[in-house]
Design a protein around this ligand. Structure first.
Ligand code: FMN
Length: 165
């Protein structure tokens, strides 16, 4: 474990998102993710990196798509809520509706994207999920996005990062 390594990696500027998954057989979930990045203009593609041990991983594969809900700076609590395990129905606490792929779209967020999963690539202890962007909407253009660094050690990364390179 390494606080110093976590501090270093917090200097890679990332946003904070709630990724919605599932939809098949009405089974859905959502989890907080910072490792989300656009990777192609034509076609429009996003990549997210997910730990395959998360319950969201199976649901993502079942549903075949995912949503990316962009959090505002004042939504730290929501980041913490969806950043925890799914012992309860995390979605019961928020307003949402199903999108084109069935994955949940949160109502009160800065912006959101809807993606269809096109590829999957194992990388180290995570899996990269490539998604073709089917739709997107900027709901609150004046709002500031939440930045990963502002979440501190909410994800417990300092307990996961190795202490040397
Ligand atoms: C700020 C923050 C960023 C996170 N980023 C990711 C990420 O990019 N990928 C990932 O797999 N988990 C990430 N997590 C961890 C998951 O959100 C967390 O393990 C969650 O409990 C998984 O949900 P699930 O068990 O309901 O699938 C992050 C957590 C936080 C708080």
């Amino acid at each position: 474990m390494s606080q110093a390594m976590a501090e270093l990696f917090r200097r890679i500027t990332l946003g904070v998102y709630v990724v919605g998954v599932g939809g098949a057989r009405e089974r859905r979930n959502a989890f907080t993710a910072a490792w989300v990045v656009p990777v192609s203009f034509q076609p429009l593609l996003l990549v997210l990196s997910i730990n395959p041990k998360h319950s969201s991983y199976q649901l993502l594969k079942e549903g075949g798509g995912f949503s990316v809900n962009v959090l505002r700076r004042d939504q730290l609590e929501l980041a913490a809520h969806f950043g925890g395990p799914s012992q309860t129905d995390k979605l019961a606490a928020v307003a949402w509706h199903p999108g084109k792929t069935g994955a949940p779209l949160l109502e009160d967020v800065l912006a959101r994207f809807e993606c269809e999963m096109t590829e999957e690539h194992p990388v180290g202890d995570h899996v990269l999920i490539v998604g073709r962007v089917l739709d997107g909407v900027l709901l609150q253009p004046e709002a500031e996005p939440l930045i990963y660094r502002e979440t501190g050690d909410m994800d417990g990364a300092s307990m996961i990062f190795p202490d040397r390179f």
